[in-house]
Design a protein around this ligand. Structure first.
Ligand SMILES: [Zn+2]
Length: 204
């Protein structure tokens, strides 16, 4: 707590660390830490902070890919600025699903390929399903909601501004994407439980 570097080692900070590297050791002493981006507004907002904790936990547990740190830095910047934090969280997990090759099929019925009479999202069948392929444990949605889900699955970070303006994005939208990650990634995110509480509080 008395370290001069304390200001740069807070949660959700982007910082540059200089360490005294010693090949013989597994622990190296920290010389200086410079804050590059403090994300102060993100840390001042409980909902955004909770989302950031979920995303950080995911980054900690996932196998990193080329460009992953740049991607994540962009996500945190967007989360800090955005008026629709659940949109950013949904896009983050849509990206993770694509990285892991577990993205849902949203170009027709995941079971029979039919393009019309789509009525639900099926975790077990891997995406949209039509009325004929619908099982009772699949989740029924209105057409508009299915459309929103498809947009989330296809969108990239460059589309954020556009998406922010077309509709309100809720915790449920985020969950539509997150459920596939939770089911198929093999990665369990503990901080999601707190986000669930925060989202429920926001709805009251
Ligand atoms: Zn079908």
């Amino acid at each position: 707590m008395s370290s001069k570097n304390i200001g740069s080692v807070q949660p959700f900070q982007y910082a540059r660390f200089f360490i005294d590297y010693n090949e013989q050791r597994t622990m190296h002493s920290l010389k200086t830490a410079d804050t590059l981006e403090s994300f102060r507004r993100l840390r001042a907002d409980l909902e955004k902070q909770t989302i950031a904790a979920v995303l950080c936990e995911c980054m900690e547990k996932i196998e990193l890919w080329e460009g992953s740190s740049e991607f994540f830095l962009n996500i945190l910047k967007e989360l800090e600025q955005s008026s629709q934090p659940y949109l950013i969280a949904a896009l983050f997990f849509a990206h993770m699903n694509r990285e892991l090759g577990i993205e849902p099929f949203v170009d027709g019925c995941a079971s029979c390929g039919k393009m019309n009479q789509l009525c639900a999202i099926s975790l077990s069948q891997g995406g949209f399903v039509c009325q004929g392929c619908y099982h009772s444990n699949d989740k029924l949605y209105e057409k508009e909601e299915l459309k929103s889900f498809r947009i989330l699955c296809k969108a990239q970070l460059v589309h954020i501004e556009l998406l922010e303006n077309i509709q309100a994005w809720s915790y449920e939208h985020f969950l539509m994407v997150y459920r596939f990650f939770a089911e198929y990634s093999g990665i369990s995110i503990r901080s999601i439980r707190f986000l669930k509480h925060i989202a429920a509080m926001g709805e009251e």
